[in-house]
Ligand binder design. Structure first.
Ligand code: SF4
Length: 206
């Protein structure tokens, strides 16, 4: 072999243009993008003795429909903006940013046609009772009622007053009773959480 000036024998061998390129066996070569995609597109071998979702989409959770519906309902309660007396001021305060009911998905709505929660906030007089009943009947099913405060629950300080209804549950069904005169916004939030638990427990009944 002819050695040129300033070069060693080894460098001459590796730099020779006629040296054959190193051959990498297919098993050691990294896969190209097309080869990786072709592997993913290979049809799945289905084992008919095993649930298909376990084979094709591993990790997918199976949930009953009624549980999904109950979750959606309890997470998007729309109470009707309707108040009767002093308790209504606390209800309005609960809707304000300080208490932030919207973090529970609770958004007040002005029409009974779209609302699904009726909060009886205040004294129900016998003169007002037919209007309360009408609002309840205008709401679509499923719907829920929260009796907020002593007046709505049993007449409160107006016990034995002839012109005051001694409990709104005498004209419409009540799901949650919130005690107090008036209840604080935290108590109403507690009532909403109790209602959400009730909706989850009663799933599948609607
Ligand atoms: S329970 Fe008390 S605060 Fe609420 S409406 Fe009756 S009197 Fe007013």
């Amino acid at each position: 072999m002819e050695v040129t000036e300033g070069a060693t024998a080894e460098t001459d061998v590796s730099n020779t243009p006629d040296a054959p390129p190193k051959v990498v066996p297919p098993s050691e070569r990294p896969k190209t993008g097309i080869e990786r995609e072709a592997e993913l597109l290979t049809p799945v071998e289905v084992d008919y003795g095993k649930a298909a979702y376990r084979q094709i989409l591993p990790g997918v959770m199976q949930v009953p429909t009624e549980a999904v519906l109950a979750l959606v309902r309890k997470s998007s309660l729309w109470p009707l903006t309707f108040g009767l007396a002093c308790c209504a001021i606390e209800m309005i305060a609960t809707y304000m940013p300080h208490h932030d009911l919207e973090r529970f998905g609770i958004v007040p709505f002005a029409s009974p046609r779209q609302a699904d929660v009726l909060i009886i906030a205040g004294t129900v007089t016998k003169k007002m009772a037919p209007a309360v009943k009408l609002l309840y009947e205008q709401m679509p099913n499923p719907k829920w009622v929260i009796s907020m405060g002593a007046c709505a629950t049993n007449g409160g300080p107006y016990t034995r007053y002839d012109r005051v209804l001694q409990g709104v549950d005498k004209i419409i069904p009540v799901d949650v009773y919130v005690p107090g005169c008036p209840p604080r916004p935290e108590a109403l939030i507690d009532g909403f959480i109790a209602l959400q638990h009730k909706i989850m427990e009663e799933r599948g009944k609607f």
